[in-house]
Ligand binder design. Structure first.
Ligand code: ATP
Length: 243
């Protein structure tokens, strides 16, 4: 089982900024969904809340529920959420810039036995040949696309069941964006992962998800299949900037 349910979630920053005003969404086992919407809609806040990574002094869940595989996860810290099988790749490509690719991977694998660590690292190097080629390079010297692949590799080393990826296409060329989407789709199919993709690039997301939630100003303003979203002129024009 690998499902996540969010029910009427309200998150407040600094006691006054209501970043999520009652958001509900779900992703079932093996399903791929996208959270779409403009800057500031609350997508990253939702990702952080799911992952147990709201900024400690700034942000808190005011109301509502996050349920991961039937277990309430509202107030769990990130490590506990990870134990439930949810791994989030946050916005901004948070790798260790002064560590090599191999060291970054090793840092992500701390919970695994040496044997399992080797198996998954071999798999990563097969899936991402470019990461293998650059394995002795420092993370900071990788291109944006390579950093995104490295982050996916690091995520695989946590053996996720639910993978949440925040804005993987940010700053990437259309060709690399397509490549990242293809890899995410492959991972979901091969491993039966549940994928929650957060994107401002709606067109890229439509290529690999079944359902979408469109957010604006802390609310879900549209929920439906990728086809329904694309057929809805208002959604496309007003919320997705003519994607
Ligand atoms: P982006 O794509 O720019 O990340 P987003 O849809 O992910 O946009 P959030 O980053 O979740 O949106 O931001 C939602 C709202 O919460 C915005 O109004 C933002 O200014 C506010 N916000 C986010 N983080 C904080 C914080 N640490 N303190 C105060 N306000 C915050």
């Amino acid at each position: 089982m690998a499902e996540i349910n969010v029910e009427n979630l309200k998150v407040v920053y600094r006691g006054v900024i209501l970043a999520l005003q009652g958001v509900s969404m779900r992703a079932g086992t093996g399903e791929a969904i996208a959270l779409l919407g403009p800057n500031g809609a609350g997508k990253s806040t939702l990702v952080r809340a799911m992952a147990g990574l709201l900024p400690q002094y700034d942000g808190r869940v005011l109301d509502g529920k996050i349920v991961i595989n039937g277990q309430e996860a509202n107030h769990l810290p990130a490590l506990k959420v990870a134990e439930l099988g949810l791994t989030a790749i946050l916005e901004g490509r948070p790798i260790f810039r002064y560590l090599t690719v191999t060291e970054n991977l090793r840092a992500a694998a701390h919970k695994l036995s040496p044997q399992r660590q080797k198996e998954i690292t071999d798999e990563i190097f097969t899936r991402f040949p470019r990461i293998y080629e650059r394995r002795f390079e420092q993370g900071g010297y990788l291109s944006g696309g390579e950093q995104q692949m490295l982050l996916l590799g690091m995520a695989l080393l946590t053996e996720p069941k639910i993978l949440v990826v925040d804005e993987p296409s940010l700053g990437l060329s259309p060709k690399l964006t397509e490549e990242v989407m293809r890899v995410l789709d492959e991972l979901r199919r091969d491993k039966g992962l549940t994928l929650v993709l957060v994107e401002q690039n709606a067109r890229a997301a439509f290529s690999i998800v079944e359902r979408v939630y469109v957010m604006e100003q802390g609310r879900v303003v549209f929920e439906g299949t990728a086809q329904e979203a694309q057929a809805d002129a208002d959604v496309m024009e007003f919320y997705l900037g003519g994607a």
